[in-house]
Write a protein that binds this ligand. Structure first.
Ligand code: UD1
Length: 364
């Protein structure tokens, strides 16, 4: 079996680490195409080196741009690669512009597409990711769903016959790295200046366009984080840094200490060292859940509803609508006492995905 993984953005590289490890030693041919959507070392290279992912076989080097330009550039650059390679599966990951471009290039060449992390829905059509994931699901041939909830969404949209529950590959990698961090196999993370990892602190990220691109909203969110009663390590995505600079919003204020995005092991270590997480990232909501830290998600909704149902994650659409002490109390609330269960699988999702692709190739 010949499979081409199409990746481009940071969260896809984490998932790729699990998939590449599952392919290793199987005898299948697994090629990696990096679209170049993320190109900063902090968002790309450190994941390859840190997670032991083989170097990409092809790098398309598309870089940043408007949604249309970025998606179109991936399509243009990818077409000849897929035409030349003729894989048995084109495997696309998650919901970025690289995902939809990879799926479109493949289906237009009649190449089978498998979508990893299929079936997630926020039902928020303002999110670019919601379009990417819905469109990708509807054009893919095999839908590898991470959760029962995702399976239900796919069934509701008439896609049940193409859907298989594989589990969430992020669990595979998160638990592996957690164990390595606990075993002392990684150096301590480089936290922002002023954060003492041995004293209580909170970990925060913000990068969604809905939170960063409106200056009034961004300024209010930064003020809310700055008002928290514990030091806050803000791991700043380039989009956040750029928008804050553009609108002269100081990121270093009050409780806030700003640093760069961390490599994956550093991020896992930072979550484990923290008292809790405040974020708008999908991946980090789940990582907090898996690492048993409370999470407060600054969004009106989440695709990862299981984290909320079990009490480990709370949604706060607009912190400024809460009195300051209620906001602080939410972010620093005690951990729930209920058993979180294993809604995202048991850490074998990537091997499941490889097996399902094998079965669907022969029987499918
Ligand atoms: C993308 C994904 C999002 C994912 C996120 C993870 C889409 C639509 N969005 O959002 O789902 O959660 O990745 O980080 O695909 N930039 C750099 N260096 C880089 C990459 C980007 O400075 O290496 C800056 C550029 O100014 C760029 C901006 O960040 O315009 C946004 O990058 P982009 O890849 O378009 O989207 P993300 O916000 O990273």
């Amino acid at each position: 079996m010949k499979v081409i993984s199409i990746v481009g953005a940071r969260p896809q590289l984490v998932k790729l680490a699990a998939v590449a490890a599952a392919f290793a030693g199987t005898g299948h041919e697994h090629l990696i195409v990096h679209t170049g959507q993320h190109y900063d070392a902090d968002l790309s290279d450190v994941f390859f080196s840190g997670l032991g992912i083989p170097d990409p076989d092809v790098h398309l080097g598309v870089g940043s741009g408007s949604h249309g330009a970025q998606t179109g550039s991936v399509l243009t650059a990818l077409d000849p690669v897929l035409e030349r390679e003729q894989p048995d599966w084109v495997l696309v990951y998650g919901d970025t512009n690289s995902t939809i471009a990879g799926a479109l290039s493949a289906v237009k060449q009649h190449l089978p597409v498998a979508h990893l992390e299929a079936g997630l829905r926020s039902f928020n059509r303002r999110m670019p990711e919601e379009h990417n994931r819905v469109l990708t699901d509807h054009c893919a041939d095999l839908l590898l769903a991470p959760t029962e909830e995702a399976m239900r969404h796919l069934a509701d949209e008439g896609l049940k016959d193409r859907a298989v529950l594989a589990g969430d590959v992020m669990v595979d990698i998160c638990l592996r790295i957690r164990d390595a961090v606990r075993a002392g196999e990684h150096p301590r993370p480089e936290l922002p200046e002023g954060i003492d990892p041995d004293q209580p602190f909170l970990l925060a990220t913000l990068h969604r366009p809905d939170n960063t691109d409106d200056p009034a909203r961004l300024a209010a969110l930064v003020r809310s984080l700055a008002s928290l009663p514990l030091p806050v390590a803000l791991l700043a995505h380039p989009r956040l840094v750029a928008r804050a600079a553009e609108h002269a919003i100081p990121l270093t204020q009050g409780s806030l200490h700003v640093g760069r995005p961390l490599p994956y092991a550093g991020l896992v270590a930072a979550v484990l060292a923290s008292q809790g997480v405040v974020t708008d990232s999908g991946g980090l909501q789940k990582e907090a859940f898996l690492l048993e830290r409370i999470c407060t998600t600054v969004r009106p909704e989440t695709e990862w509803v299981e984290t909320v149902r079990t009490g480990w994650n709370t949604l706060v659409a607009d912190p400024q609508l809460l009195p300051a002490d209620a906001w602080a109390a939410t972010v620093t609330r005690p951990v729930p006492t209920t058993d979180p269960g294993t809604p995202y699988g048991d850490g074998r999702a990537a091997r499941n995905a490889v097996r399902i692709m094998e079965e669907w190739m022969t029987n499918g």
